[in-house]
Structures are given as C-alpha cells and as structure tokens.
Design a protein around this ligand. Structure first.
Ligand SMILES: Cc1cc2nc3c(=O)[nH]c(=O)nc-3n(C[C@H](O)[C@H](O)[C@H](O)COP(=O)(O)OP(=O)(O)OC[C@H]3O[C@@H](n4cnc5c(N)ncnc54)[C@H](O)[C@@H]3O)c2cc1C
Length: 179
C-alpha cells in the first residue's frame, strides 16, 4: 500500500480510523461464504458523514478501488474485498441521530444495525416494516444498498419502497453515509 495514501487517510480519519497489518481482523474479510484469502491492506473506518465523504474523495482522486462494508451478512460476496481494494467499513457509523414521532422519521447513520433501528422505533410507538433473519448483524446501510426484502416483503414491499411509505414505517432519510 502506497504510504502517501495511508498518511493522507490517517490525516482524515486519525490513527484509530485506519487499520493495517495485524490490526485487520478477520471480520473484514469474512462473510456468509467463509473467510477470504485476500486480506485488505488497509481498512478505513470513518465515524461521520464528513469523514466518509473526505476518504471517498481521496479514493476517487487517486483511483483507489474500495469495498464498502456494513454488516457483512450479504449472501453474494459483494462486500468482500478483491485484490487491490481497500475496505471502507461503516462499523463506527452506528448512531441514531434523530427520532421524530411527529413526522414519523428517523435519521440514523448507515452502520446502524437493523435490530437497534427496529427497537428504537418501537420505543417511540413507531413501526419499521423491514425484518430479516440477519437483523442483529445487518445494517440499515446494507439493507438499502441491497434493497433487501425480508420476511414481511409481500405485505410491506422492498426496503426502498418501505423507506418512503410513511403510513407503514418511519421514513429513513438518505444522505451520503446517512440513511
Ligand atoms: C440469516 C440471514 C437472513 C437473511 N435474510 C434476508 C432476507 O430475507 N432478504 C434479503 O433481501 N436478504 C437477506 N439476507 C441477506 C443480507 O442480510 C441482506 O442483504 C442485508 O441487507 C445486507 O446488509 P449488510 O449490512 O450486512 O450489508 P453488507 O453485507 O455489508 O453489504 C452488502 C452490499 O451492500 C454494499 N453496501 C453495504 N453498505 C453500504 C453503504 N452504506 N453504502 C453503499 N453500499 C453499501 C456492500 O458493498 C455490498 O455490496 C439474509 C442474510 C442472512 C445471513
């Protein structure tokens, strides 16, 4: 990995936001199909939309390919890093920023686990229709990226539709790194 890229990434994310070598745990290259032989040379872990935006700008400017990861529960190896890809992990972007009963909206970071989202909605007498067996590990960002179906899909439709139907569910407001 080019050291000037790593230094620039550390300037954006800080030391804790960049993992290399022994610090790259197996969770960053293990999915439902098992553990990959390809170990990413760098894992970037932004903790805010601003940091995510800056690191993506750096990758774009330098032509650095990325594998974006949220809960790693996808079933088609899409979040698994390939050769030359660095990982952009949203595991630290897991905050619920706002819940409004009046407007029926929740603003959460993309790495928020689906189960936490559901439970927070319930605490406010709201109902979020999406539900998957992987609810304890998958995230809202991953759900949106895959347009997940889940076990209530026939009644409430896919994630993208459920997200905008305010009669059934808290609406999730999309943004870069925020959903
Ligand atoms: C037990 C079990 C049950 C499941 N049941 C269902 C089901 O009923 N219906 C269903 O549709 N799926 C199901 N899945 C599959 C999986 O849980 C869903 O696809 C889930 O939406 C993936 O979310 P994730 O956070 O784990 O995403 P990841 O696996 O981390 O990522 C999945 C894909 O989305 C991309 N991605 C993730 N986050 C972002 C982001 N913030 N921005 C841009 N791209 C992003 C990744 O690069 C990758 O391509 C199940 C899986 C398991 C293990």
């Amino acid at each position: 990995m080019d050291s000037s890229f790593v230094n620039a990434a550390k300037e954006i994310l800080g030391d804790k936001g960049c993992l290399q070598g022994q610090d790259v745990g197996a969770r960053f290259f293990t999915d439902e199909h098992g553990t990959s032989e390809i170990i990413p040379s760098l894992v970037c872990r932004p903790k805010s939309t601003a940091e995510l935006s800056e690191i993506m700008k750096l990758c774009h400017k330098t032509g650095q390919p990325v594998a974006v990861q949220c809960g790693m529960t996808g079933l088609v190896e899409a979040a698994r890093p390939r050769e030359c890809e660095i990982v952009i992990s949203l595991e630290r972007m897991n905050k619920i920023e706002e819940t409004s009963v009046e407007t029926g909206t929740m603003i959460v970071q993309a790495g928020t686990k689906l189960q936490i989202f559901q439970e927070t909605a319930e605490e406010h007498d709201l109902f979020f229709a999406l539900d998957l067996g992987s609810r304890g590990s998958c995230t809202i960002g991953g759900n949106l990226a895959t347009n997940a179906g889940g076990n209530r899909v026939i009644r409430y439709a896919l994630t993208a539709q459920a997200m905008t139907n305010r009669n059934q569910a808290p609406r999730i407001c999309p943004g870069i790194g925020e959903t």
